[in-house]
Design a protein around this ligand. Sequence first.
Ligand SMILES: Nc1nc2c(ncn2[C@@H]2O[C@H](COP(=O)(O)OP(=O)(O)O)[C@@H](O)[C@H]2O)c(=O)[nH]1
Ligand SMILES: [Mg+2]
Length: 188
Amino acid sequence: MPSAYKLLFVGSMGAGKTTAIARVSDIPPISTDVANTARTEHDKATTTVALDYGQCDLPDGNKLLLYGVPGQSRFQFMWRIVARGVVGLVFLVDNSRPDPCGDLRGFLTEFAELLAHTVAVVGVGRMETHPSPPMDAYYALLQERGLTMPVFAVDVREREDVLLLLDVLFHQIEAVTPDAPAAEEAGA
Ligand SMILES: Nc1nc2c(ncn2[C@@H]2O[C@H](COP(=O)(O)OP(=O)(O)O)[C@@H](O)[C@H]2O)c(=O)[nH]1
Ligand SMILES: [Mg+2]
């Protein structure tokens, strides 16, 4: 029976979540503003954030359900909503930001619970204009955390680069769950 694998793209504003999902989605991608009603900090009551959604049909009849959420911890309320059933994480890092390694460290901390049950891949963007920090810095950071996950320099405006991330993630999912995919049944 075909399954739907739910994947989550996490990244800071401008890291390329909307672009990445739009590049590979087989349906018109949905990018919507969601009001922050968590109101843990009263000044954030009016914040709106973009939630992305797209779908990718695999040749074997399975589907990838692609969700994009902002990585800052104040959006935790959104992660809880979309995290249910997630089997893979794509961390998108923008290498042009002031502290991109710090961004990734933050994601790894914030998503530690989910990471314990999912596979993950890191895509580092804008390396062509901002080669520093180099890839080695990311490898070292992951090693420091005792985590093994692939890291790629990507330009998510290129469909092939996004497909590479999904392919790597999907192969990890299959390797972890060869017999019973940890996925929701399509239409469930
Ligand atoms: N030069 C360059 N631009 C990129 C790269 N990745 C994303 N962008 C651009 O960055 C902008 C913000 O991307 P967007 O998908 O809206 O980011 P989001 O906030 O994470 O959804 C878009 O104009 C993308 O085309 C990259 O690797 N290199
Ligand atoms: Mg966006």
